[in-house]
Design a protein around this ligand. Structure first.
Ligand code: HPA
Length: 271
């Protein structure tokens, strides 16, 4: 990755009308319907954007959508890149840097995750207040990172407090159950064993998934305030573990999605 590549990616998008978005939004697995609310949408398929990685997993259609949501200009990533698809960390996070290059001032992230905290139920939403990186690597571990910002990025407060506060108020007002907790990010794509769920609980995780943390690290590198929510799609009880199927995860994500959409749309109004 070079600065020139980032500029070419963003110049291409600007030429397609992606002018000065304020907010970037990354939508997780099974969580794409927010884009139906975008007014005057402009679409750029990943395979047409210079230097963009290519989407591989079939339920990710792989496009950036630009337009207006609640009177604010947004750019939405429909389909993200995962390390489990064989991408490098800098591929996974490249779109975040491009959205920053386009000018976004805030980043929203959603994902589908398993509930480790058994006080949480599937179909609930968790505001990520902190995370544990178990992906075994960093999107900042590359030679010329110093050209892009500091190397030793502070992570004492990786998630923006102000947007978190607002989203909690919105949840209360809208009667949406919103937990707060720690998200552990693994590579996958296999789901976890019972022993792994026990370990995740022991080390302080409330939810587990296969994304988000690389993007959040890069957002912090860019000084970009980020808010992230997990849609809890299954309950990871090691003492009573039933097989989990990806179709079920996607189904629960879809059923829970309207609550996530409300949280994000209301938050956009308040920014
Ligand atoms: N692990 C367990 N359950 C899940 C995950 C995961 O990574 N993602 C969604 N549900």
């Amino acid at each position: 990755m070079t600065k020139k590549q980032l500029r070419e990616s963003s110049d291409y998008l600007k030429s397609k009308g992606f002018e000065s978005p304020e907010i970037g939004i990354v939508l997780g697995t099974g969580l794409g319907k927010l884009v139906d609310y975008i007014e005057s949408p402009k679409i750029a398929h990943y395979h047409n954007i210079p230097f963009f990685p290519l989407a591989t997993v079939e339920f990710h259609s792989g496009k950036l959508i630009y337009g207006t949501l609640e009177n604010k200009k947004v750019v939405v990533m429909l389909g993200r890149f995962h390390v489990y698809e064989g991408y490098e960390f800098d591929d996974v996070t490249y779109p975040i840097r491009v959205m920053r290059e386009l000018g976004i001032k805030k980043l929203f992230i959603s994902n589908a995750a398993g509930a480790i905290n058994l006080n949480f139920n599937k179909g609930d939403i968790m505001l990520i207040e902190d995370h544990i990186n178990l992906q075994g690597g960093s999107p900042l571990a590359f030679k010329n990172v110093a050209n892009f910002g500091v190397r030793f990025v502070d992570m004492s407060q990786p998630y923006d407090h102000d947007m978190g506060r607002k989203i909690k108020d919105i949840a209360q007002r809208e009667s949406i159950t919103l937990h707060e907790g720690v998200y552990a990010s693994v590579i996958g794509p296999q789901l976890e064993t019972k022993a792994e769920y026990r370990m995740l609980k022991t080390i302080g995780a409330d939810a587990v998934g296969m994304s988000t943390v690389p993007e959040v690290i890069v957002a912090n590198h860019l000084g970009l305030p980020v808010v992230a929510v997990s849609v809890l799609t299954d309950e990871c009880d090691p003492d009573n573990l039933k097989p989990v199927h990806i179709d079920e995860i996607i189904k629960v994500a879809g059923e829970t999605e309207p609550k996530m959409i409300t949280l994000f749309m209301e938050l956009i109004k308040e920014l």
